[in-house]
Structure formats: structure tokens, C-alpha cells
Ligand binder design. Structure first.
Ligand SMILES: [Zn+2]
Length: 64
């Protein structure tokens, strides 16, 4: 079981709303919440995922 709840096609088109960089999956196992993390080293915001829906709001993102 991968623990990934986001469809691959959806993840492919998602971009960080702050800087438009790609996002990578983090967490989702060992009781950790799944997050989508910006791949930009300067940005690095982490967006939570609720019921398989990424919350891509800069105001809601976790700062690195
Ligand atoms: Zn970003």
C-alpha cells in the first residue's frame, strides 16, 4: 500500500500557487499527514491534503 491518495494525473498538473514549481508527495505514512511540498528550494511551502484533495492555498501552507 503506497498511502498516496492523490491521483497521479492530478499530481502531474498541480503546481505551487506561490512560485509555480512542481510539488512532491511527503508523509502519508506512520501517522504523518500527507502533504504536497514545493520542490523549489527558495519556496518550499508544504500544503496539506484533506480527503485526497490538496489544499493549495498559500495562506494555509506550512512554512519550511
Ligand atoms: Zn513554491
Amino acid at each position: 500500500m503506497s498511502g498516496t491518495t492523490i491521483a497521479p494525473w492530478l499530481r502531474e498538473i498541480l503546481r505551487c500557487p506561490a512560485c509555480r514549481a512542481r510539488l512532491r508527495d511527503e508523509g502519508g505514512g506512520q501517522g504523518r499527514p500527507e502533504e504536497l511540498v514545493c520542490t523549489s528550494g527558495e519556496c518550499g511551502l508544504a500544503y496539506r491534503v484533506e480527503d485526497g484533495i490538496p489544499v493549495l492555498l498559500v495562506d494555509e501552507a506550512r512554512r519550511p
